[in-house]
Ligand binder design. Sequence first.
Ligand SMILES: Cc1cc2nc3c(=O)[nH]c(=O)nc-3n(C[C@H](O)[C@H](O)[C@H](O)COP(=O)(O)OP(=O)(O)OC[C@H]3O[C@@H](n4cnc5c(N)ncnc54)[C@H](O)[C@@H]3O)c2cc1C
Length: 395
Amino acid sequence: MLIVGGGLVGASLAIALHDSGLDVAQVEAAAGALPPVFDQRNLSFADATVNALTALGVLGKLHAPAPPIRRIHVSRQGDFGRVVLEARDYGRDAFGQVVVARDFGQALEARLAELPRLMRYRPARFLGIEDGDAHGRRVRIVDDTGEHALSARLLVGADGSGSAVRDALGIDARRHDYGQVLFVARLRAARAPDGSAWERFGAHGPTALLPRGDGHFGLVHGVDAADADAVAALDDDGFLERLQQAFGWRAGRFIAVGPRSRYPAIALRATALTAARAVLVGNAAQTLHPIGAQGFNLGLRDALTLAEAIDAHRDDPGSAGVLAEYARRRAEDHARTFAFSDGLARITSDPSSALGPLRSLGLFAIDRAPWLQAMLVGGAMGYRGDVPRLCRAPA
Ligand SMILES: Cc1cc2nc3c(=O)[nH]c(=O)nc-3n(C[C@H](O)[C@H](O)[C@H](O)COP(=O)(O)OP(=O)(O)OC[C@H]3O[C@@H](n4cnc5c(N)ncnc54)[C@H](O)[C@@H]3O)c2cc1C
C-alpha cells in the first residue's frame, strides 16, 4: 500500500502498520531532514494520543520533556463565566501532554528509521492517479530522477489540507475561513508554567497558553484577519503589551516572546472519507480550527483505526471491507470533534454582542454541571466514538 504524505499523521500511520507484514511505501514531498509542518507549534496531546504514541514506541524517543496538563482554565474577556477543570477530579494525573512539533518530528523520524520494511520516497511528490483496475491504484510520482508509476492495493491520502490525493480522487471538500490569523510563539511569563493550560477568549479570537518543558509557555494568539499585518509588524514590546491586554494577569507579567509564526484559521471537511481502493486520513480528511487542540489527536485516531481495519482484513488492505469499516468507525468521532472545535471557534470569536450572555452562560453552565464537564473532558482526552485499541491505557 502507498501512503502519500509523511507529516504527523502519515508518519504515525507508517509506524502503526509496520507489524502488519504488508509492503508499505511512503511518498513525502518535502526535502530536508523533516517536513516543514514539524515547526515550532506546540501540540497538546490528549491522553488517548499519549497512550497510543507510547505503545508505538514514539514518545520514548522524545529528547525534550513533555510536560503534563493537569489543569485547564477557560475564561472570556469581559464576561463573568470561568471554568477550571482539574485532572485529579477525574481520577487522572493529567489531561494530556505538550510537545513541540519539531521535537515530535525528530522522535517520529527516529522511530521510522527503525522500520526496515518501510519504503520511503523523499523528496518525491504525488502527481496524480492513472487508470487502475479492480485490484489496485496506479499512481504517478516525481522525484529528482523523473516521473515514476507505482501500484498499490490501497492508496492513503495523508497529504494535508490541500490534499492532491483528495482532488485526484474527485472528492470535494467544504471549507470554512474563520477570518482569523493565529500567531504562535514561545512566551516567558513572570510565573513559570505549573501544569496549567489557559484558554482565554477575546472579541476577535482566542489566546491560549500551554505549559512547555523549557520554562516557557507555548502561545497561540488569534486576531482578526484584517488586523494580522499590523500585529505582525509590532515589535516585541508592542506584541507583549497586546497579549497582556488580551490575556490578563493570571500567569503574571509577560516578559519575553520568541519569533512569531502565523497560520490562517480554516476548517475543512472532505465530503467522503473513501473511494475505490483509497482513503483519506488526517488533515486531508478533516482540518480543524486549532483552538480545541484536536487536529492531530483526531488524525492519529484515523491512522490507528485504519491500521485496525487492515489488520482485520489481512488478505487485502484495499478491500471494500476495509474501506467500509474505516468510514463507519470514523463517522462519530469526526462529527463530534468537528462540532466541538467549530462550535468553540465560532461562539468564542463572534464579536456580536447578542451572543455575549449566551457565551457566559455556556461557561457558567459547564462550571455547574459535572456531567457536561465529564463529557467535555472525555472528548478533550481523546475518547470519542469508537476508540482505537492503542488509545486505551495499558491494563
Ligand atoms: C498553530 C497550530 C497549532 C496546532 N495545535 C495542535 C494541538 O495542540 N493538538 C493537535 O492535536 N493538533 C494541533 N494542530 C493540528 C495539527 O498540526 C494537524 O492536525 C496535523 O499537522 C495534521 O497532520 P497531517 O499529517 O494530516 O497533515 P500535515 O501535517 O499537513 O502533513 C501533510 C504532509 O504531506 C506532504 N505532502 C503534501 N502534498 C504532497 C504531495 N503532493 N506529495 C507528497 N507529499 C505531500 C507535506 O509535505 C506534509 O509533510 C495545530 C495546528 C496549528 C496550525
